[in-house]
Design a protein around this ligand. Structure first.
Ligand code: PA5
Length: 433
């Protein structure tokens, strides 16, 4: 069985193996606190055993809803913000054909997103595009009261009800929300929408393996059984109390040591545009979990080699407060060779016959060597290939490492009190009664 692996050997110029080994007892003590649900935020640990407790019946209900929506809609709009859409988007972008939305022959509806901004122009353009299209809406909000998705949903619902009868509009709306609380629950009960429940003990940023992530993911044509299988595999793996078998514990340990060495910024690097949204999901997971009590590594992300031509200079020679975590995909899905050209005006014939991925991998290695020379510690996470099984592993790996890491930092990784501050000001400025 292949698995995602972590390589910390390129951090060892910056931290000592001794430090890592000395931390072992502490790391696994925090893992035990997490696992036994005895630490801070322990009422939000439902995600820990979510993969192994997701039943075939749960998945088949989600599959059925997806099929029903796909049979009536060409477009499905996912309405949600933060943890209510980032996980779904991460998996959908990582596993879909990059140009699937431009293809005329399609097996699945096109996924669009709304409710993750309050831009009037975005909203206008979306509504204008959808006004003569066959579409459906999956509205996701745990609290059921978040302003961004609530505004978007009000407008999309109005458009659906204008284009169809009220009963037909109802068939095109699925709500994912709290079992009993919040405005979206009240509205769903009144209107009779099909609903899915977000478990009370799973916070937004840890909810990708609940219907919050699974329904949009399966609508996009991605196999959620395999995703859950990969996550379950990692759930079992990460019970180990040995660094060699527990990449999450090792990742938590090394990033906390680096943080103590004044490495305040972690840059998640990828070499495939499909992984861009994984980084967006990861930024929320770590940023919202660790950034509190005036502590926490700042999670940043770059897409290489693209950003080597914009951020490369800073990473190579800017202030040395960073470390990198590289997501490396071992095997691409397709094969493309660089052709021979008899004129060779671009002088690329030395690459003729080589696969694009070989060049990409050499760019990765060359960058790693340059950045280590430039005093940037480098953690490498290798993913055997981009498929559901390994993404399931990766999601669970990052979630578990985040829980352990937050405890090591001395914060409650499962709350987000700071998110309320802007809302309070916004509502006061808007004169909310
Ligand atoms: O992780 C979190 O809790 C947040 O990012 C939420 O997911 C986000 O604010 C959306 O909240 P809600 O699902 O309640 O609309």
């Amino acid at each position: 069985m292949q698995e995602i692996k972590i390589d910390i050997s390129k951090t060892l110029n910056f931290v000592s193996e001794n430090d890592i080994n000395e931390l072992k007892t502490k790391v696994f003590a925090f893992q035990n606190i997490l696992q036994s649900k005895t630490g801070a935020g322990n009422d939000f640990l439902g995600w820990l055993d979510l993969p192994s407790s997701t039943s075939k019946d749960d998945l088949s209900r989600i599959n059925k809803t997806a099929q029903q929506l796909s049979s009536i809609a060409d477009y499905v709009v996912i309405v949600g913000i933060g943890g209510s859409y980032l996980g779904a988007r991460a998996v959908i972008d990582a596993l879909s054909d990059t140009f699937c939305n431009l293809k005329t022959v399609r097996k699945n509806p096109i996924i669009l997103y709304a409710g993750q901004n309050i831009s009037e122009d975005y909203t206008f353009e979306l509504l204008d595009f959808l006004k003569d299209k066959s579409f459906a809406v999956v509205v996701i909000s745990k609290s059921g009261t978040t302003t961004e998705p609530a505004i978007a949903f009000r407008l999309l619902k109005e458009l659906l009800e204008k284009n169809y009868s009220r009963d037909e509009a109802k068939k095109r709306i699925i709500a994912i929300t709290d079992a009993s609380k919040g405005a979206l629950r009240t509205l769903s009960n009144r209107e009779g929408y099909e609903t899915y429940i977000i478990p009370d003990d799973v916070g937004g940023r840890f909810s990708v393996l609940t219907p919050v992530g699974l329904l949009p993911i399966v609508i996009a044509g991605i196999d959620i059984e395999k995703l859950i299988e990969g996550a379950t595999w990692m759930e079992n793996r990460l019970k180990s109390e040995n660094y060699d078998d527990n990449p999450a514990a090792l990742y938590a340990a090394i990033r906390n040591i680096l943080y103590k060495e004044e490495r305040k910024i972690e840059i998640l690097v990828n070499y495939h545009p499909k992984l861009h949204s994984i980084a967006e999901w990861w930024k929320q997971l770590y940023g919202e979990s660790e950034g509190k009590s005036f502590k926490g590594i700042f999670p940043a992300a770059v897409d290489f080699t693209t950003d080597l031509h914009s951020m490369g200079q800073w990473i190579q020679e800017g202030e040395r407060t960073i470390f990198e975590t590289v997501l490396s995909v071992e095997k691409p899905k397709y094969s493309v060779e660089i052709p021979f050209d008899k004129d060779n005006l671009d002088q690329l014939n030395f690459l003729a016959g080589k696969r694009i991925d070989e060049v990409n991998k050499k760019a990765e290695l060359g960058t790693q060597i340059a950045h280590i020379d430039g005093a940037v510690p480098n953690i490498r996470i290798s993913i055997p290939e981009l498929n559901e099984f390994y993404l399931g592993q990766l999601i669970y790996f990052f979630e578990k490492a985040c829980g352990i890491s937050g405890y090591m930092l001395g914060v409650n990784p499962f709350d987000q009190p700071g998110v309320e501050a802007y809302k309070k000001n916004m509502f006061a400025l808007l004169g909310k009664p």
